[in-house]
Structure formats: structure tokens, C-alpha cells
Design a binder for this molecule. Structure first.
Ligand SMILES: CSC[C@H]1O[C@H](OP(=O)(O)O)[C@H](O)[C@@H]1O
Ligand SMILES: Nc1ncnc2[nH]cnc12
Length: 311
């Protein structure tokens, strides 16, 4: 195999974060493999820059791919270096993230292998994961009422529906319960989440979605159900079950992601893909700390992420 470049000069606006069972995106041309570092450490895996022909012009569009749990699934959900992942992607120019997640279903009508484009999250992590870029002498507060990007969600839903009938079943909305893990839930917890209106459950939506919002990056998760957790009459969730459904449906998952990338590569989505609607929000949301109270180290880290915002 020819040597793969370790640098990539052009900005990359779109990224895919792959989760359990989706650790690579074959069928794309590998243009570079990057191993960046950030003030928050190294990301979960090398970042592959994949090239993808624009469906309108045929010109190659770069897409960054990052494997959330590492190349060999060696990083547990509570160990994922989310700040490094989001910071490294933003530094490449990424302003749109499509994140993939294997989830448990909390509702009868969401069958294993169904896809869900969620619109809400309930946080059941335990506060042990670093969850903000704004700390240590720089305070920032950003809106999170709608944790996913509705503009991106509309595009993702349209792409998912276009594949329906070819083995893809899609649910347009849903609330993700994001639990700490790595152990699965108790039956009492699973029933409680159902009573709260949870649709699906995973261990990965947070703080990934919060950090993407702070980084002014449009973020949408695509979930694929792999089990009925432990509330259902069927067998309780286990890793074999999750991996079995992911493997059996990985072709559909990849087709779904491919269709979304095709659509996002169209010029008409340029403003959405560059997340113009989020641009500059942290300059104000993160500028609450008076200059006299700002700590040098915190300012330096934030200026790495947002060059020029806090000079
Ligand atoms: C292997 S089952 C639990 C594991 O699966 C999901 O991973 P991801 O969201 O990265 O696809 C879930 O969040 C847990 O991390
Ligand atoms: N039942 C479940 N709970 C948490 N995360 C999951 N990922 C896949 N299935 C899951």
C-alpha cells in the first residue's frame, strides 16, 4: 500500500464520529491519516481524511472520520477524550458532525436494527466526564434547549427516508437517555427511563453533543437500535447482541451515512455545513468573565480553539 499522507492542507468541514461497530468507513478514498494533539490531549483515534465525490460537481469533498472508542474499541464510554475529539475536529475546519451510536430501545415500536434521528437528550452521566471547554478562569454559558442541530436533522431524516424499503426503518424523533455505564442499566432504571419518555439509551451522546455546541459545530446523532435493554420480555441486552445487530446491519448504517454525506456535499447546504448560524456565539457566551478575572492558561486554551475570540 502506498504511503498515506500525514497532513492535509485544505479545511475539512464535515466529520463523522463512528461508534460501536462502525469503526471505519470503507468505500471512501483515504487521502490522509492525521494524529493531531490539542490542549486537551490526543483524540480517540487517528483522524482519517476520506474523499468523497460531490454528487453535483464530482469534485472530491473531504470528510474527517474519527472512531469514538479507538481503532480497536479500547476506550470505554467514560474514558472517551471528548474535548480532544471535538477540539481536533474543529481545528481542521469541521463545523458539522454526524455522530453514530448503537443504542438500546426503550419503546416497543423501535425494533432492533431500526434507526432513530433523536431530537432530545436526558443526561444520566455522573459528572465524572470533562464536559466543558469553559473552566479554570473563563466562564461560558451556551444554549442547549435543542441539543441537536435541527437543520442537519432535517437533511439526515430525508436521507434516511430515501432508503426506506431497502431495509432501513427510520424514526424521525426521539429522546436519548445518556447513561454513565459501562455497566448496562438495572431493570428499575430501564423502566424509569421509559416512564420519563425515553426512546433509546446509550453511553455516548454526552458530553459529545455539549462540547460540539460549545465549539460552534452543528451536531446530529444517528442512532441504531441493537437491543431492548432489560425492560422487555426478550433477552436482556449483552455485548454479543449489540455487536450482532450492528454487524448484520452495518451495510445499511454505512449506506445511510453515505447518503447523508452525499447530500451534505451539495453546494446548497454550504451555509448549514459551515454552521454559519453558530459562528461567533461563544465570543459572547464565553466572554462573560471580565478581563481582570481571566486566567492566562484558560485563555490560551480557548484561543487555541477560537483564534482571536478572547484576545
Ligand atoms: C457495546 S454496548 C454499549 C456501547 O455502545 C454504544 O456505543 P456508541 O454510542 O459509541 O455506538 C453505547 O453508547 C455504549 O458506549
Ligand atoms: N441497552 C443499552 N444501554 C446503553 N447503551 C447501549 N448501547 C447499545 N445498547 C445499549
Amino acid at each position: 500500500m502506498a504511503d498515506v499522507p500525514t497532513t492535509y492542507a485544505d479545511p475539512v468541514h464535515i466529520a463523522v464520529i463512528g461508534g460501536t461497530g462502525l469503526q471505519s468507513l470503507p468505500n471512501f478514498t483515504l487521502a490522509a491519516t492525521l494524529t493531531p494533539t490539542t490542549p486537551w490531549g490526543a483524540p480517540s483515534s487517528p483522524i482519517s481524511i476520506l474523499q468523497h465525490p460531490s454528487p453535483s460537481s464530482g469534485a472530491p469533498i473531504p470528510v474527517a472520520f474519527l472512531s469514538r472508542h479507538g481503532l480497536h474499541h479500547e476506550i470505554a464510554p467514560h474514558e472517551v477524550p471528548n474535548r480532544a475529539n471535538i477540539a481536533a475536529l474543529r481545528a481542521l475546519g469541521v463545523r458539522t458532525i454526524i455522530a453514530f451510536s448503537a443504542v438500546g430501545s426503550l419503546q416497543e415500536e423501535i425494533h432492533p436494527r431500526d434507526f432513530v434521528v433523536p431530537d432530545q437528550i436526558i443526561d444520566r452521566t455522573k459528572g465524572i466526564r470533562p464536559f466543558t471547554f469553559f473552566e479554570g478562569g473563563m466562564v461560558g454559558h451556551v444554549g442547549f434547549g435543542d441539543p441537536f442541530d435541527e437543520g442537519l436533522a432535517k437533511i439526515v431524516r430525508r436521507c434516511g427516508h430515501s432508503l426506506e424499503g431497502e431495509g432501513v426503518r427510520l424514526h424521525d424523533k426521539g429522546t436519548v437517555i445518556c447513561m454513565e455505564g459501562p455497566q448496562f442499566s438495572t431493570r428499575a432504571e430501564s423502566n424509569l427511563y421509559r416512564a420519563w419518555g425515553g426512546s433509546v439509551i446509550n453511553m455516548s451522546a454526552l458530553p459529545e453533543a455539549k462540547l460540539a455546541r460549545e465549539a460552534e459545530v452543528g451536531y446530529q446523532m444517528i442512532c441504531m437500535a441493537t437491543d431492548y435493554d432489560c425492560w422487555h420480555d426478550s433477552e436482556d441486552v449483552n455485548v454479543e447482541m449489540v455487536m450482532g445487530h450492528m454487524k448484520a446491519n452495518s451495510e445499511n448504517a454505512r449506506r445511510f451515512v453515505g447518503a447523508v454525506l452525499d447530500e451534505l456535499s451539495k453546494e446548497e447546504h454550504g451555509e448549514q455545513v459551515k454552521a454559519r448560524h453558530l459562528e461567533g456565539q461563544m465570543k459572547w457566551a464565553g466572554g462573560i468573565t471580565h478581563k481582570d478575572g481571566r486566567k492566562k492558561e484558560a485563555v490560551e486554551k480557548l484561543n487555541w480553539l477560537f483564534p482571536g475570540y478572547f484576545d
